[in-house]
Design a protein around this ligand. Structure first.
Ligand code: UDP
Length: 336
C-alpha cells in the first residue's frame, strides 16, 4: 500500500514542485492550501505533469476543523509543511499576520498531528536564520542570529517549537533551510506566481525581460565581492523539491529526533552573474541599472552542503543557466 503524505501549501511555488516529485516517487498526496498565493489551476497543472490526481482541501492551516477532517480520514505517514507567508518586506509591515500564519499555523498543525499520532514532519525553514555571516559558506552549526524581520523571527520560532516539542513527544522532524529557490518546472506548467511587483531578483528579471517592468535595479555594486554585487546560493526549485522526498524517507530511519539540513547548491553567484547567465542562455539583453543598496541585504551567503549531500544523498543537479532558462520559459508561458 502506498504511503499518504499531507502537504500544506502544496499549490504554492515550492509545494507544487514537491507534490510532483512525491507522486513520481510513489507517494499518495493530500494537499491543504488556502490559495492565498496560488490558484486551483495549479492542481490541474500538477496532475498534467504527474498523470496522477490528488485530493485538495481549500482551507487555512489555522482552520482546525479542516485539519481534523483530513487527519480523521487519512492515516498520514508524514506531513510536509510549506503553508506560510514568505515576504520579508511585507512581514515588517504586518508582523502579527506573520506570527499568526507562520507560527500559529505550525502550532495548529502540531496539535492535530499529536492527537492523531502522526509523528514525521518536514519543515520549510530558511537560510535567513543565519543572518549576516562573516565567512560563508554556512554550515548547519553556524549560529542562528536574531532575525531582522518578523518573517525571519517566525522561522526561528518555528524551528525552536519543533525542536522543543520533539524533546517531549514521540516525534521526528527535519528542518530544511532553503537558500534562494528560483526557476520553474522544465515543462513550464508550474512555477512562481509573484503577487504584484516582485521583491525577488529572478521574477523581477523575467518580468523586465517580458516588458512588464521597465528596468531592473541592481541593489548596490559596492559590496566586498568580485563584481561588487551581493552573492546568494540560487537553487533550482525542482532540486529543492527532490530534497523533500529524500528528507521524508530519511525522517523515518534517523536516530535523532530533529535534524537540520542546508539545501543549496553550495555555489554563490553575484547579481551580475545571474543577469549574465539569464542573458546568455536566453539570448537577450536585459534592461538594468545599478542603484543604491537595499536596506537589510546580506553581502554574501551560500551553503555548505556536505551534510545534505552525504546524509540525505541529495545533490543539486541544475545549474544557474538551467534555472534562468526555465524561469524565462515559465514567464513566457504566463498569461497564455
Ligand atoms: N536584487 C536586486 N534587484 C532586485 C531584487 C533583488 O539587485 O530587484 C538583489 C538583492 O539585493 C540580493 C539578490 O538580488 O542581493 C537576491 O535578492 P532576493 O530578494 O531575490 O533574495 P534574498 O535577498 O532574500 O536573498
Amino acid at each position: 500500500m502506498s504511503k499518504t503524505i499531507l502537504v500544506t501549501g502544496g499549490l504554492g511555488y515550492i509545494g507544487s514542485h514537491t507534490v510532483v516529485e512525491l507522486q513520481a516517487a510513489g507517494y499518495d498526496v493530500v494537499v491543504i492550501d488556502n490559495l492565498n498565493n496560488s490558484s486551483q489551476e495549479v492542481k490541474t497543472r500538477i496532475e498534467e505533469i504527474s498523470g496522477q490526481s490528488f485530493e485538495l482541501t481549500v482551507a487555512d492551516v489555522n482552520d482546525n476543523a479542516a485539519l481534523e477532517e483530513l487527519f480523521a480520514k487519512y492515516n498520514f505517514e508524514g506531513v510536509i509543511h510549506f503553508a506560510a507567508h514568505k515576504a520579508v518586506g511585507e512581514s515588517v509591515d504586518y508582523p502579527v499576520m506573520y506570527y499568526q500564519n507562520n507560527v500559529s499555523g505550525l502550532i495548529s498543525l502540531l496539535g492535530v498531528m499529536e492527537k492523531h499520532a502522526v509523528s514525521n514532519l518536514i519543515f520549510s525553514s530558511s537560510c535567513t536564520v543565519y543572518g549576516e555571516t562573516k565567512n560563508p559558506p554556512v554550515t548547519e552549526q553556524t549560529p542562528i542570529q536574531k532575525a531582522e524581520s518578523p518573517y525571519g523571527t517566525s522561522k526561528i520560532l518555528c524551528e525552536e517549537i519543533i525542536t522543543d516539542y520533539a524533546k517531549h513527544k514521540d516525534f521526528k522532524s527535519i528542518l530544511l533551510r532553503y537558500f534562494n529557490p528560483v526557476g520553474a518546472h522544465p515543462s513550464s506548467k508550474i512555477g512562481e506566481l509573484p503577487l504584484g511587483v516582485p521583491n525577488n531578483l529572478v521574477p523581477y528579471i523575467t518580468q523586465t525581460a517580458a516588458g512588464i517592468r521597465e528596468q531592473l535595479t541592481v541593489f548596490g555594486d559596492d559590496y566586498n565581492t568580485e563584481d561588487g554585487t551581493c552573492i546568494r546560493d540560487y537553487i533550482h526549485v525542482l532540486d529543492l523539491a527532490k530534497a523533500h522526498v529524500k528528507a521524508l524517507s530519511y525522517c523515518d530511519k534517523m536516530a535523532e529526533r530533529v535534524d537540520v539540513f542546508n539545501v543549496g547548491t553550495g555555489n554563490g553567484n553575484t547579481v551580475l552573474e545571474v543577469i549574465r547567465a539569464f542573458e546568455t542562455v536566453n539570448n537577450l539583453k536585459l534592461n538594468y541599472k545599478i542603484g543604491p543598496r537595499r536596506g537589510g541585504d546580506i553581502e554574501k551567503i551560500f551553503a555548505e552542503t556536505t551534510k545534505v549531500n552525504d546524509v540525505l544523498g541529495w545533490t543539486a543537479q541544475y545549474d544557474i543557466k538551467d534555472m534562468m532558462q526555465h524561469a524565462w520559459a515559465w514567464q513566457q508561458g504566463l498569461g497564455e
